[in-house]
Design a binder for this molecule. Structure first.
Ligand code: ZN
Length: 507
């Protein structure tokens, strides 16, 4: 690598050199994190957290150098005239946004947040195991206080929650998100009640002995057919499925299997592959810059939800895949019909745990987290009142109340990580997936027939062209509007679930 301060090169090359160094350090940290979640022995934990903290500090220092700011200033005026997808203009715009955010938060606050979230994560694990919210409460208080400080440092117009949401969904405000959840509440609560009163779907065919290795082979057969490239990726197992990219040439997936239930592992595999396909599709020339990743967590989630639900839970998909799956599990699935399997894969049931929720109830789980974390950050809800508020919100939204905090307010790791503003991106992505899929259907024609034949190439290349290759050049909302001609609304997704689940449940 050339010297970051080389005087002979143009400002753009100099900027790219700094950014490449920061990106390489971040990628190296990502490899260590991936290893920690997959293969690292327990004894490596303490050293690993030191190694990660050193690499992350170096990456942050490389990215926030004064020289980077000076180069961004040099490059500002020609860049601002560029078209939205012009590479240099987008690089300067996105880098400046990240740079200014990174410089606004004092490094002492960054360190206190890192320390507090590391301690909170340990406390959360123990508190969840012991069902002891009070043991976690002081950690949560501290993280809320520090997150508010961070929001003040970053600045905001309406609510400190905006400054935190911006981290995960650039350009999106609380005022954009809140009305979407209002629509979802109005539409979904009665729908879930109607489903609860209808005759329940029998999903017995998904329960039974499903050897994890055979499940893994089935999942890999499908995601290979989707177009996930195992020459540029691999799949391993971890406690919580995730996707991580070290470059567009090395995008890793993890999944997990329940030996007694087919749904968990299979749909998690399809979901993570959706994230992986996005990362594998980012244009190579964006490599080692801030543009070389998904536009936002929401847009990322639109890709995982699209492959998991709109493809993987569709009737057309099972027309193609059930005969193949029967060959892998002849005893378990030999006599199951396509209709029975399709219905089983789409069973709706209000439940306590977000990550196990079905397509219809999932967004209600996210809605109550959004409302609660926003109230916490805005100072409208005290930590001591949190468990009561949680249980009341579950009762309102889903009609079920957890018997313990472990299966209630303590179930997710996000707050223990100080990740306030993350949850709504799950729903934003779910909502985005439907208009994107509808547009692909309109452009491609015969998408359903292609899926029923196991032909996913046209869909993947449509996603590559319209979404993946751009990386972060466009903000998610702009990209969605460009591709579909409409701003994000809850209605297309609501129409989709009403039609699909209305048919399954005879409503
Ligand atoms: Zn996801």
């Amino acid at each position: 690598m050339s010297e970051p301060t080389s005087r002979s090169s143009e400002p753009l090359d100099q900027l790219k050199t700094h950014l490449a160094e920061a990106a390489d350090l971040q990628s190296a940290a990502a490899v260590l994190s991936w290893d920690q979640e997959t293969f690292m022995p327990e004894g490596g934990a303490a050293a690993r957290s030191r190694q990660l903290s050193t690499l992350q500090r170096l990456a942050h220092e490389a990215f926030t150098r004064d020289a980077v700011g000076a180069l961004l200033d040099d490059l500002a005026s020609p860049a601002e005239d560029g078209a939205p997808t012009d590479g240099t203009a987008a690089l300067v715009r996105v880098t400046r946004r990240d740079y200014e955010r990174a410089r606004k938060v004092p490094s002492a606050l960054v360190a206190r947040l890192a320390q507090a979230s590391s301690e909170a994560k340990q406390a959360w694990k123990a508190a969840r195991a012991d069902d002891d919210f009070d043991a976690f409460a002081p950690h949560l208080e501290r993280l809320i206080t520090l997150s508010r400080e961070k929001a003040e440092a970053l600045g905001y117009e309406d609510t400190p929650y905006d400054a935190l949401l911006e981290e995960y969904e650039p350009g999106t405000r609380t005022a954009d998100v809140a009305p979407l959840f209002e629509t979802l509440r109005e539409e979904l609560v009665p729908l879930v009640e109607a489903i609860a009163e209808a005759e329940q779907v029998d999903d017995a065919c998904l329960h039974g002995d499903f050897a994890p290795d055979a499940q893994q082979q089935a999942g890999e057969e499908v995601i290979r057919a989707f177009g996930y490239d195992f020459q540029r990726g691999r799949q391993d197992r971890s406690a919580h499925p995730f996707t991580t990219a070290f470059s567009t040439g090395d995008v890793r997936l993890t999944t997990r299997f329940d030996p007694q239930f087919f749904g968990t592992g299979f749909f998690a595999t399809l979901h993570e592959a959706g994230h992986g396909l996005y990362e594998q599709g980012v244009a190579d020339d964006l490599e080692r810059t801030p543009l070389a990743e998904g536009a936002s967590l929401g847009l990322h989630e639109s890709q995982s939800r699209l492959w998991e639900n709109l493809v993987g839970r569709s009737r057309a998909f099972w027309r193609w895949y059930l005969p193949r799956l029967r060959e892998r599990f002849p005893q378990q699935l030999g006599s199951v019909t396509e209709d029975a399997f399709y219905r089983a894969a789409n069973k709706v049931e209000p439940s306590l745990i977000r990550v196990e929720a079905d397509e219809v109830t999932y967004n209600l789980h996210v809605m109550l987290r959004f409302e609660i974390e926003r109230a916490l950050i805005e100072g409208r809800l005290a930590v001591e009142d949190l468990p009561g508020r949680w249980n009341a919100a579950m009762d309102d939204a889903l009609g079920v109340v957890p018997e313990s905090d472990a299966n209630g307010v303590l179930q997710d790791v996000h707050w223990a990580m100080g990740a306030f503003g993350y949850f709504p991106t799950y729903t934003l992505g779910t909502l985005m997936s439907v208009p994107l899929f509808r547009q692909a259907e309109a452009d491609l024609g015969g998408l359903d027939e292609q899926i029923a034949q196991g032909e996913f190439g046209p869909l993947l290349s449509w996603l590559r062209t319209h979404i993946h290759r751009h990386g972060r050049k466009l903000q998610a909302a702009d990209l969605l509007a460009r591709v579909t001609g409409e701003p994000l609304s809850a209605q297309p997704w609501v129409d989709y679930v009403r039609k699909k689940f209305g048919a399954i449940y005879g409503l």
